[in-house]
Write a new protein. Structure first.
Length: 345
């Protein structure tokens, strides 16, 4: 049987708790139980040891498998990983029961994210991997960000400057990036500018090279309107906003195609012609990848001074604590984070 992937001197991944009432703890435990079978990179979970131990008992009963928990520091996590799930304390306790979100546990979720970023920036971990959060629960506790992506950008700020975060959904079959992210469709139309498209694609091209090892990325750029505007008869944004952006990007030497009709960009033959599809709004990008790669897609935040990946699914309160949650997307996120960290070292 293969051993878990722990290179001598390699730093572990920092894995956040996520929403305590959701499936984040469940899929973390399920992934750890398969660490040898799948040759997983070493990781540690940031959270409340007592809470994780309670959830581990529930999952162990359902799986009929023993789960050891080890309270460690980040520096001790890699050595502990083979024999126990390493848990690094955040100082915030969680009390939420499976499937029963409790705003009192929100500080535990947020502390886990903050500490994961701090650990990576201090060199104690190689990358941040985040479990799913429930934004509605966090909002009740005063969280003011649209989502993980924007919160991580604020945590990455240096000298008062917040970097532009770019959300990529990646799988072996398709990678997509929405130019506008967690806003209404009406607001997305207001946010969409040539400048935003240019800055987004520049980040995508740079990080496809530096973190994914693609020497000359091929980027397909969608239109906004049906049939990419049909030469202006169904909308003018392709001509007035997107085409000028592509002209600038091509002058930078970035290989781009578009604006392309979004309804013909995602069949198998089309996907083979590019490395990443950049789309104009959230659902235009996420519907296709969640259709073709629902179980193994990974959320990657580009544009940050550290690596961050995450499962591409939500908290699934209805199956939390049942051991029925599929850990495939978290496993893919752990493997991709390790791969990106190795490429970046």
């Amino acid at each position: 049987m293969a051993q878990s992937s722990i290179e001598p001197g390699a730093k572990p991944l920092a894995l956040t708790l996520g929403e305590p009432a959701g499936i984040g703890p469940d899929i973390t435990i399920a992934a750890w139980l398969r660490r040898r079978e799948l040759n997983l990179p070493a990781f540690y979970l940031l959270g409340d040891e007592a809470f994780i131990a309670r959830r581990a008992k529930i999952i162990a009963r359902a799986l009929g498998d023993g789960i050891r928990i080890a309270a460690v520091s980040p520096g001790e996590a890699a050595a502990a990983f083979a024999d126990a799930l390493p848990v690094v304390a955040t100082g915030e306790s969680a009390t939420a029961e499976p499937g029963k979100p409790d705003a009192a546990s929100a500080p535990a979720a947020l502390a886990s994210i903050r500490q994961a970023v701090a650990d990576v920036r201090a060199g104690r971990a190689s990358a941040v991997v985040t479990n799913p959060i429930a934004k509605s629960v966090l909002y009740r506790a005063g969280f003011r960000h649209p989502g993980h992506t924007e919160f991580l950008a604020e945590l990455a700020a240096a000298d008062g400057r917040v970097p532009q975060p770019v959300m990529m959904l990646w799988s072996p079959r398709l990678a997509v990036v929405p130019v506008t992210i967690h806003v209404s469709l009406r607001e997305a139309l207001g946010q969409l500018t040539s400048e935003l498209i240019v800055s987004t694609v520049r980040i995508v091209a740079r990080e496809l090279t530096s973190r994914f090892g693609i020497a000359r990325p091929r980027i397909a750029v969608s239109g906004l309107n049906p049939h990419a505007g049909e030469d202006g008869s169904l909308g003018h944004e392709e001509q007035t906003v997107i085409a000028p952006a592509l002209k600038t990007l091509r002058s930078d030497g970035i290989e781009t195609r578009g604006p392309l009709p979004a309804d013909t960009m995602f069949h198998e033959a089309a996907r083979s012609s590019y490395d990443c599809a950049v789309c104009m709004y959230h659902d235009q990008a996420l519907i296709p990848i969640k259709t073709v790669a629902f179980d193994d897609a990974v959320n990657v935040t580009l544009g940050l001074p550290f690596i961050r990946t995450s499962p591409d699914h939500g908290t699934a309160f209805d199956i939390a604590g049942t051991a029925r949650a599929n850990p495939a997307s978290l496993i893919a996120a752990l493997k991709l984070a390790s791969r990106m960290a190795a490429a970046n070292s």
